[in-house]
Write a protein that binds this ligand. Structure first.
Ligand code: NAD
Length: 483
């Protein structure tokens, strides 16, 4: 692997400050989704190593929590600076294991780093309250304390930022973390951990365990020493983990799947809507939880929007993310390609029409043609499931009322987008959409300063923003009598 700083390419897990192999010696191969080439190996660990990581975290957390918020902030600030200093290497590593274009990967490193910087600042602002007492002889105070040891489980689609969005607030609050990264993209996680160690994060405060997801997940959720689980991934796995956490009554944060509607009203600026749709739908090859999955276009502008969108989609270049000028890399694996193919086939079988793409790309591997489908309807799989690929599915609607019914007819409630120039409609529709985040005349909504998260079966809790720290803090009420 050609990185300018080879120490960032780690093929061992990190437990209690020691880089280590699995007890069994078993290794897990990691492949480049663009070429199928072997990139390297990580240890295939299980429950035993996860339990050791918990023990290390329990020990380290006590001393970390005793440090002042200002001291923790200084360490986090240093981590942030190191991540940005190594942006190029981290981006390259990310593209190699995940596939997205290098320019996008650089963007993810900066986005991931922004959470570290944000929570370095928030570490100093973990305020409590003084409550006016109803009784004259009492003084009532609320303080906030770290929840303790946090288990973090993360997905492959943002191999860097989904980790920093959890680890940064957890560390800022005074918690220690046992992280299990996605099996497809462990190298980004291990590089982040190497930089955290260099920044001065003490041994055991951030542990990374790679390997058997189910065994590690069971050990983490079963342990009474783990106070909290923070999970980002699919709704199906989130449900399982939530059930497992019931036995030890853990705090749980879940960032799960989405099925975002992207709505174009007749009064929209169509060119802006096309631009927003390309950004929302095709960023990361359609593999983001907030990406447009159902594109609802009002009758009067349907044909015009479809034509403009197809023209824009034809300009997207598919290829290896390391090549200059590529806008779409490969899908993560063959399972992802099969799902995209199945959604397209199901839509076509039920009467949708293909305007553009629709098949695997000539480059092979996980490459898929950016696709536009029209006359998609609520009965098709695309309407109910995350496609997680480069398929723009255009639904038709007549009235705002009918639109809202369709847009909300899903178990998911993460993000939604709409384009309209009518101010009153903007408020009305934004309030009526059942989701955690709404983009109004924009297809890009995320940054570190805002609360990210969903309603319905898209999850529990929020990440980023000033609310993000609360997820890692407990309130403790102190009652001073005899005053
Ligand atoms: P996934 O649910 O398959 O895997 C996520 C993580 O869970 C991985 O680390 C995986 O190894 C682990 N895992 C799987 N089974 C497990 C088990 N039984 N016990 C413990 N851990 C287990 O999801 P994915 O395919 O990696 O990621 C894509 C999904 O993530 C999509 O649904 C996407 O919408 C969602 N996502 C949500 C957000 C958000 O913020 N809401 C952000 C990114 C991705």
């Amino acid at each position: 692997m050609s990185l300018s700083k080879p120490f960032l390419f780690r093929q061992q897990a990190l437990i209690g400050g020691l880089w280590c192999q699995a007890d069994s010696g078993m290794l897990q191969p990691i492949y480049n989704p663009a070429s199928g080439d072997l990139l390297g190996h990580v240890p295939h660990m299980g429950a035993e190593e996860a339990r050791r990581a918990i023990t290390a975290a329990v020990e380290a957390q006590k001393a970390w929590a005793r440090r002042t918020g200002h001291e923790r902030a200084r360490v986090l600030r240093r981590w942030f600076e190191l991540v940005l200093q190594h942006q190029e290497d981290l981006a390259r590593l990310l593209t190699l294991e995940q596939g997205r274009p290098l320019a996008e990967a650089r963007g993810e490193i900066a986005y991931g780093a922004s959470f570290i910087e944000w929570f370095a600042e928030e570490a100093k602002r973990s305020y409590g309250d003084v409550i006016p007492s109803p009784q004259a002889d009492k003084r009532l105070v609320v303080i906030r304390q770290p929840v303790g040891v946090v288990a973090a489980i993360t997905p492959w689609n943002f191999p860097n930022a989904m980790i920093t969005r959890k680890a940064a607030p957890a560390l800022a609050a005074g918690c220690a973390v046992v992280l299990k990264p996605a099996p497809q993209t462990p190298f980004s996680a291990l590089a982040l951990a190497a930089l955290a160690a260099e920044a001065g994060v003490p041994a055991g405060v951030l542990n990374v365990v790679t390997g058997d997801a189910a065994a590690i997940g069971e050990a983490l959720t079963a342990s009474p020493q783990v106070a909290k689980l923070s999970f980002t991934g699919s709704t199906a796995v989130g449900r399982k983990l939530l059930a497992l956490c019931a036995n030890t009554v853990k705090r749980v944060s879940l960032e799960l799947g989405g099925n975002a509607p992207f709505i174009v009203f007749e009064d929209a600026d169509l060119d802006a809507a096309v631009e927003g749709c390309i950004a929302s739908k095709f960023r990361n090859n359609g593999q983001t939880c907030v990406c447009a999955n159902r594109i609802y276009v009002q009758d009067g502008v349907y044909e015009a929007f479809a034509r403009k969108l197809a023209d824009a989609v034809r300009k997207l270049r598919v290829g290896n993310g390391l090549e200059e000028g590529v806008s779409l890399g490969p899908l993560i694996d063959q399972r992802a390609v099969h799902k995209v193919e199945a959604h397209v086939a199901d839509a076509l079988a039920q009467g949708a029409q293909l305007v553009q793409g629709g098949t695997r790309h000539a480059l092979g591997h996980g490459f898929f043609e950016p696709t536009v489908l029209v006359e998609v309807t609520q009965a098709m799989r695309i309407a109910q499931e995350e496609t997680f690929g480069p398929v723009a599915a255009l639904f038709r609607f007549q009235s705002e009322r009918a639109l809202l019914e369709m847009a909300n007819a899903t178990e998911y409630g993460l993000a939604a987008y709409f384009y309209s120039r009518d101010q009153a409609r903007c408020w009305r529709v934004a309030e009526a959409l059942e989701c955690g985040m709404v983009g109004i005349n924009t297809g890009l909504i995320t940054n570190e300063a805002v609360p990210f998260g969903g309603v319905k079966q898209s999850g529990l809790g929020r990440e980023g923003s000033r609310y993000g720290l609360d997820e890692y803090l407990e309130l403790k009420y102190l009652c001073f009598g005899g005053q």
